[in-house]
Design a protein around this ligand. Structure first.
Ligand code: PBG
Length: 326
């Protein structure tokens, strides 16, 4: 038998790297950081080993640790000192994210992105203003249009504090347009919007809800986040956000939705981000703890796969460790 075509020729050491199609670089990674107004020292997050909620006073130090290993971008999440029905601490000038943002923007060179949502700030844990009947009728909980103004106030307050980019994550229809308009009116026409355009109602967010203390008190998020079985709808969601002025599009979660990452890549010229969410992180850790998986190898392979599917940037809790390993 004469075999003339041998793919294995290009898998030999020396040439393997030369022909590799996908590269993972620390500059593609965004690290989530949780700033907590209720603590005065760092508190480990049990379901997310290696991650902590940090007080505002520690936020600069935390970002410096990330910069030191080559992670240049961070996504800030806040845990406020108090919560109420409308989530008013989300847009407070002295809110937890606003205070941390001012410090990080003043004292570091990190590229600072803020998550814009109300679920960590409302006492009911939903991502917007509730219908009066919400507690009894969980099919209709959040009032879409009334929520828009609160989201754009939040985004403007983040930009005022010095955020480089804002990332609305509430799946409110029209959120990108509302935020764009108000950012521009406030003189922030240079602040890009990274829209969580395609966000599924996913069980993989479990550990995050512990981390950010944002689990809904009743009901679920099915009437605003996407149905996990829907693929074509992702294109419609992304189209709407592009029309409203989104600068970059995010798909979330990442690994269970690589087909969707690929679709968004194929259909749009915009940068595509993917969010390798808390559950994707926690499950590798849990398996590695039992000696069932190699943590670093599976983390790197996960991120590489997300890039191969079409993501330009990846939000991941592995950012620090993977950047350090690269
Ligand atoms: C807030 C928000 C959530 C996540 C990011 N922003 C929680 C949710 O929608 O329930 C999840 C992130 C993760 O699981 O890592 N709306």
């Amino acid at each position: 038998m004469t075999l003339t075509r041998r793919p294995r020729r290009l898998r030999q050491d020396g040439v393997r790297d030369l022909v590799s199609e996908t590269d993972l670089d620390a500059s593609d990674l965004i690290a989530p950081v949780f700033v907590d107004a209720t603590v005065d020292e760092r508190r480990p997050i049990e379901s997310m080993p290696g991650h902590e909620r940090v007080p505002v006073d520690e936020s600069v130090a935390r970002v410096e640790e990330l910069l030191a290993v080559g992670v240049e971008s961070v996504m800030l999440f806040g845990v406020p000192e108090s919560k109420d029905e409308r989530g008013t601490r989300a847009w407070a000038e002295d809110g937890v994210v606003q205070r941390a943002t001012r410090r990080i923007a003043d004292e570091t060179d990190a590229y600072l992105i803020t998550d814009v949502c109300l679920c960590e700030y409302t006492d009911h844990g939903h991502c917007g203003v509730l219908e009066d009947t919400a507690a009894e009728d969980p099919d209709v909980t959040v009032r879409n249009d009334e929520t828009l103004d609160l989201l754009s106030k939040t985004a403007v307050s983040h930009a005022n504090a010095g955020a480089d980019m804002v990332a609305p994550s509430s799946m409110t229809d029209g959120m990108v347009g509302a935020i764009r308009e108000d950012l521009d009116a406030a003189g922030h026409d240079h602040v890009p919007i990274l829209s969580y355009a395609v966000k599924y109602e996913s069980a993989f967010y479990g550990p995050f809800r512990d981390a950010a203390d944002g689990a809904p008190a009743f009901g679920d998020r099915r009437h605003y986040q996407m149905d996990p079985g829907n693929r074509r709808e992702a294109i419609r969601e992304a189209e709407l956000d592009v029309e409203q002025g989104a600068d970059a599009l995010m798909v979330k979660p990442a690994l269970p939705y690589l087909d969707v990452v690929s679709d968004v890549r194929e259909n749009f010229e915009h940068p595509v981000a993917a969010y390798n969410v808390s559950g994707e992180y926690a499950m590798l850790h849990a398996a590695a703890d039992r000696g069932w998986l190699d943590l670093e190898a599976t983390a790197v392979e996960s991120l590489l796969s997300i890039k191969r599917a079409g993501a330009d940037l990846i939000l991941t809790y592995f950012a620090e460790d993977v950047a350090d390993a690269l």
